[in-house]
Design a protein. Structure first.
Ligand code: ATP
Ligand code: ATP
Ligand code: MG
Ligand code: MG
Ligand code: MG
Length: 258
């Protein structure tokens, strides 16, 4: 009885350090697979791009958006996803640790739950985990610069990896392929693909070249069941592989960042 009275909750709680994210800014939570270089080899992902692994990531992102309605847009490539929360979101009182941890753990659980649906023949050999961080972007323009940065990164990595794995598949060792590509420009890589391997980079799947954008969109109004119970047309989460650097995407979807 005496011992119980010694514990003062206010005193113990005073050690908790609260980091609240700046109000009225776009919160971006980026998650990234931990040690996915090894994870992808262990599970024999196709190189450079395993389409099913990307579809699994996208499906988890759709589930995250359906669960956390403050997320208005997501962009994914490789083992990473960026989740954009609406500017005035009060999710977890804008506490960074709450927002990040809940998104990361929900995504990770989904990845495990959905694994078998995407890889019916592959046993999940190790538990996948993801790191996460939250960054605030103060204006729509800067937020779009952030997303453009991720999409440019997708393109640069994909072009490099496509060359790298074609060289490997044609018999070069990993270090030979690395040396071969060292210092080459985008134009040279593009020519290498055409001249040595007959690959026109532009004809590779959009998902590999553009990454995946996930957002709420109106259901096709021509579909009969598209009207919700209140007469408004229903919305659903869609996955598209398009250019999000150009103005045209944002003009075609003006509601996403409003
Ligand atoms: P870290 O823990 O620091 O993030 P990492 O090994 O996950 O290390 P990343 O820079 O995140 O390194 O790179 C992810 C790696 O995962 C890629 O380099 C690639 O080898 C592999 N990978 C991820 N997704 C796929 C995919 N869909 N198909 C093939 N390989 C993939
Ligand atoms: P939040 O998302 O805000 O954390 P919560 O519903 O998880 O909401 P908590 O204050 O974390 O609320 O309380 C966890 C609740 O989960 C408990 O009140 C209890 O009902 C339930 N719970 C957790 N662990 C157990 C357990 N081992 N046995 C029975 N109930 C449990
Ligand atoms: Mg990382
Ligand atoms: Mg990673
Ligand atoms: Mg990564």
């Amino acid at each position: 009885e005496e011992d119980i009275n010694k514990v003062k909750p206010e005193y113990v709680k005073s050690f908790e350090f609260v980091r609240k994210l700046l109000p009225s800014t776009w919160i971006v939570v980026r998650i990234d697979g931990r040690h996915f270089h090894g994870f992808s080899e262990e599970h024999e992902f196709e190189k450079p791009n395993d389409g099913q692994a990307l579809n699994l990531m996208n499906s988890c992102a759709v589930a995250v958006m359906e669960e956390f309605k403050d997320i208005v847009f997501s962009y994914g490539v490789s083992d990473e996803f960026s989740f954009v929360l609406k500017r005035d979101s009060q999710f977890h009182d804008r506490h960074a640790s709450g927002i990040v941890s809940v998104i990361v753990s929900f995504f990770s659980s989904m990845y495990v739950m959905k694994w078998k649906g995407f890889f019916p023949e592959k046993e999940l050999k190790n538990p996948p985990s993801f790191d996460g961080r939250a960054v605030c972007y103060p204006t729509k323009e800067i937020l779009r610069d952030y997303l453009a940065w991720r999409q440019v990164d997708c393109h640069i990595n994909n072009q490099y990896n496509t060359c790298f794995w074609m060289l490997i598949k044609s018999g070069k060792s990993k270090s030979e392929a690395q040396d071969y590509l060292k210092g080459t420009r985008a134009q040279e890589k593009s020519e290498l693909l055409v001249q040595q391997f007959g690959i026109d980079y532009q004809t590779l799947p959009d998902m590999f070249r553009q990454g995946s954008s996930v957002f709420w969109d109106k259901e096709d109004p021509t579909e009969r069941y598209s009207d919700g119970p209140d007469g408004k047309s229903r919305k659903k989460v869609v996955v598209e592989h398009c250019n999000i650097i150009e103005q045209s995407f944002w003009e075609a979807h003006p509601n996403i960042l409003d």
